[in-house]
Design a binder for this molecule. Sequence first.
Ligand SMILES: [Ca+2]
Length: 202
Amino acid sequence: MKASVYLAVLGVVLFGLGASLSGCSEDEDLTRSRVSITRVVGMGEDEDDEELSATVYESDVVDAGDDGLVGTADDIVYEDIVRVTVSNEASSAALGLTPMGPFGSVTIKNYRVDYEIVGEHLDAISGGLHLTIPTGEQAEARIPLVTAIAKTLPPLSMLATQPDELLGTAVITLSGNEQDSNDEIVATARVAVHFANWADPD
Ligand SMILES: [Ca+2]
């Protein structure tokens, strides 16, 4: 990490275009590319729907199928997928970054989701992605928020047959590298998740 911070600082100095470090208090401010998650929405939602950072994601642990009964052969356990919008902005206009020019893109290569649930534990999930975002642009990735496997194991499986619920937070972390410098870039977002056996869609 220290090496990448050093390279980022060196890059700012080399550009020498009046970029000031005086306002920077965190390491991520020192990279040329400032990558952030600007929007997280459920798969079925459209552009007009509220983003999940402003609402709560209702995670249904089981769909009872046609017979409406949990514990029968036609039960379906769905994976919760979300669409994550990622923005890549130059940390300073003075850097003169151009899309796909030198240092002019980042590539997201991994996602990870950690869960914070008071009194319970859910294993974190992670996987690979390949999402290149030119400077000044946004791109969308689709990642699992809660896997179907997790819903078949305690504590979530307990909610299928009990009128109970769990409240928690899913912490999404996307990581990758800046073009040319290979500096690590990281973006995170927090989504409140309400786990229960919610009513199934008709
Ligand atoms: Ca249900």
